[in-house]
Design a protein around this ligand. Sequence first.
Ligand code: GAL
Length: 723
Amino acid sequence: MIRLIIMSDIVPFYHNRIEYGADYNPEQWSPHTQRKDIELMAQAGVSLVSLGIFSWDRLEPKPDHYSFKELIETMDILHEHSIRVDLATATASPPAWMATLFPDTLPVDKHGQQMSFGSRQQYSPSSQTFRKRTAQLVTHLARAVKDHPALCLWHVSNEYGCHVWESFDEESIAAFQAWLRSRYTTIDNLNNAWTTDFWSQRYNDFSQITAPAHQPTFVNPAQLMDWRRFCSDALLECYLHEKRILRTHTPTVPVTTNFMELFPWINYWSWAPHLDVLSEDSYPDPADAHSGMRAALSADLQRSLAGKKPWLLMEQVTKAVQWRTYNSPKRPGQFALWSLSRVARGARGILQFQWRQSQGGAETFHSGMVPHDMSASSWKDSCELGRTLQNLSSLAHPQLRPSPIAIILDWDNIWAAEALIGPSQWDHSQAVKRWYKTFFEAGYGVDFVRSSDNLDTYRVVIAPQLALLDSQCCERLEQAARRGAEVIVSAPAGIANRNCQAYLDGYTGPLKDALGVRVVEHWAATPHLDEPWLGDETTHPLVDRISSAVATPSFHEKTELVTDSNSPLARAARQALQCEQLPALQGNHWAEVVSIDADDVHILAVFAATGPTTDIAGSPALTRRRIRKGALWYCATDPQPVLRAIIAKLACTYAGCYTASAHLPRGVELIERDDARFYLNHSDSAQEILGVVGHDLISSTQCSGHLVIPPRSSAVIIPGNSQ
Ligand code: GAL
């Protein structure tokens, strides 16, 4: 009998608390340590653990010999102590017998080298044997635990694509051919889309197509784009394959898999609708000054992927990871501070990798909540955060405010950075992060949107480096501007369609009419020479009579823009930066020659007669065109931080977007939800904020107008005179 599952059949995962816990890998420890673990979990306030992520060899020690006794005993004990279980399907790390008995499951790298056993995630996403073996394991597992009261969430596999996002084995190539056949139907359609008439690449049949592995030189850009799309879909198929089985045996248990921040190899927009609970792993590097921002970006991304709904931080580290070359610890306070930054952005649970720090194996020196030595700060910090999250239980049902600002994030454009060959180094995901940083620093929240989304509710929309642009996205951008948004399109934009075929008659492609700006020529600067032709020898005017007579202005890192000292841009600069002197307005190593095709395009800045734009000095660099209630902007360079901040300031002013953070002390971030105000002090000094009246849930004190927040810590205020 076929049973239809409707969403409401699924048991709600979130309870009236903010979940707290970790990956729990008890296989590594003796029964005595496991008993101790349960006591310690109670001390730390653990409510949820992810169990069995790497336990395939325990659950199926030999092919078709299953053993769930130990697992169920652990689940029983956890349940007795009111700890819920996010149960992994354990398929992330196939056991040794898989590699020896079924070597066809092993992935093959770009160079045709088959990977071997001894690490983890060694499976080819398209291996039918692997799919069959996972199906069997998941079926037996689901049957064994389906009625267990601790089971509250399924955790399918682990970090799909983290280590192996593509495999070049024969089965994968056959699957790629089948994927192409269903996308293009006929080989002629594919030939047209891939422009195979160039370099004699025409195919007669789908069976001739191979993966873009090891080739003499550049691979066909459209082929590479399709390979990336296929690889993301192949992994999604692995997830859905397991999810279908789980639905059959446990129709009411929600299902998740853990995303990894802004991971480049998987199109999370296409995955997100298939997750009942959205979850992510996030590991900002404490040695990087942008890490507080990175945690925020990643959280806003998950909130956006979840449809502006709550989500779960499935993994972070208490102190330090072990997998970077250098692994610095979080500074005192940052573990809790960055956790609360996630809670403020909708996280309904904070979990760590892992509960108890390993004694051996690849992750021995990765911190755990329970450290090697109990007097290390991880343990104290873990208990403290557990208490803090309990104090925040009243915020367990977040009412998240929609942001007025949206940034378009598009995986095709991430992949295009690799697929398009020249004319410069672009990076859509870097541009996305950089624009996010601009708004984060200025105190604005940001939503991420896909290029096909309706943008009507936004007041400011950023389209950063959408080199591949389709007409649907252009319509969305234009419509948002008509409805009143300031839409900032930042170069390169619309130079090609989604098959990497250049737009003729203007590189702003389908957006050129609305922008009133047509890009006619690219003007790339060269920040580093690929191969200096004479090594490190430079020209000398005394002897190099010919070579020293011509300058090389394009050998430069930055473009420079000029604006009138009274222009709206200059005024915005003075306001944004609170300085009288206009700072240098600079872009990264990219410029374009544009033609202005409409009378009402306002030129806000032009390129300077220096560096790479020497030969196009005076050419428009930043434009704005009013369209009904809003405006479309075009920035013909990749703006540096100061220029981005000024553009953002001016756009927000035109759009009437203001932020309450503007007057906060340096280093303090304010996130307002309908139910609470999160003041996060990222700075190294205590900060004092006047005018705050309300109850601080963290310190359980009443604040009557004068809030002092210690360095790298937070206050969560419920506004009002009494609690
Ligand atoms: C994640 C992974 C965990 C653990 C962690 C260490 O990528 O899911 O299993 O390895 O990294 O930071």
